[in-house]
Design a protein around this ligand. Sequence first.
Ligand code: FAD
Length: 397
Amino acid sequence: MSTPEAFDVTVVGGGSAGVAAALAAARQGARTLLIERQQLLGGMGTNAMVHTFCGLFHPDVSRGPQWLNPGIPSEIGMALMQRSGIHKADLMGRVYVLRHRPADLAQLTAELCAEERHLTVLTATEVTALAPGWTITLGDRTIHSRAVIDTTGEALLARLLGDTHWDLAASARLYRPAYVWSFHGLKDELDEPLRLRTAALIVRAVKAGALPAAALGTTLRASPAKGEVFVSTDLEAGGDRWDPTDSDQRLHLESEGRALAHAVWDFLHSSHPSFGSITPPSLPVHAGVRESARWLGDYVLTADDLIRSRRFDDEAALAGWPLEMRETARGPKFRYFDQPEPAGIPSSCLRSSSLPGMFFAGRCLSCDHEALASVRVMGTCLATGQAAGQMATAFRP
Ligand SMILES: Cc1cc2nc3c(=O)[nH]c(=O)nc-3n(C[C@H](O)[C@H](O)[C@H](O)COP(=O)(O)OP(=O)(O)OC[C@H]3O[C@@H](n4cnc5c(N)ncnc54)[C@H](O)[C@@H]3O)c2cc1C
């Protein structure tokens, strides 16, 4: 075993929340370590090809797109717009969203982290053990850290500590995972009529037995890059047996997603003239998992808090995305806030007073299953990550 290395703040998980947490801590002068098990930073927004940032804008769309959380969320949003040549967010029904290219997010997050002299980034590195105090094990390396932030999206650090500090919804209710992939070379613009015609073609192909039933609900969305298209399919993933913390089930999900992507690609390429010259599918590093284990902190944010736009004295961030429930693979059910006003996320959702020096943010913050349908979106994850980074920096044992 090598000599332990010391950091003020260690962030485990380099997705939206983790990158924001690490940048916030390092910018305040904390000696910060960011650990990510994949090669690229960006989490689902890079490795699972999630290609639209939600939760970045104020829910009152009558004001036009207004950044909701200052600091790193709007900084990253603006930088992504600049990189992809987008001048304005897209209004989709009652919400604004920002389309991005996963490769741009990977590059931007890597560059932002490289600029911070107090920040060390370890990619392709997995945390496997944790002891209170805090000592983190990475293979044969040991890290001592005054404060730790769990941004793994699956409350991994809580689960390493035992059964007390986390919760997981019943399998049948967990928001369904999905497989997202892309192709280039679409000759025509992917406008609404072509999108709808293609969706109808896929439905007919499923009914005729030319595509598996899992392809129902496949949607296409244009990338900010001309000719590039993202294709997404929600998967039932075993329904009431789905367990996102089970590695065998995750492996099965990957092979199901890959097979489906190839089947849909073959079908589009061979049966629709607009898709005759598209490139073979670019597959994600892994399938997208929407919901896994969540921390149980000092406060558990509820759907009611969000729907009523409740505000808190110890507010850490603002949420503005509606509750986007995806408990089946048949598409989302939206529940909007009663008023087009943001809701507060208190700092007590990002810590537990029984574990001093432990913080959590992003998809695994302390909220109930329904509230997660809103706060899991990447814009909100950037905001809670930023807040956790600031809280961890201020922490003194
Ligand atoms: C299919 C799908 C579609 C979605 N659509 C949208 C959308 O349109 N807009 C939107 O805003 N949001 C969307 N979301 C939600 C959003 O992508 C996620 O909720 C969000 O990315 C969560 O961010 P995070 O940083 O909390 O976690 P993640 O992005 O999951 O990042 C967690 C990181 O932790 C790392 N990690 C895990 N365990 C370890 C370990 N032991 N050691 C080191 N690193 C570890 C992981 O590799 C990962 O990079 C979608 C999600 C899915 C799955």
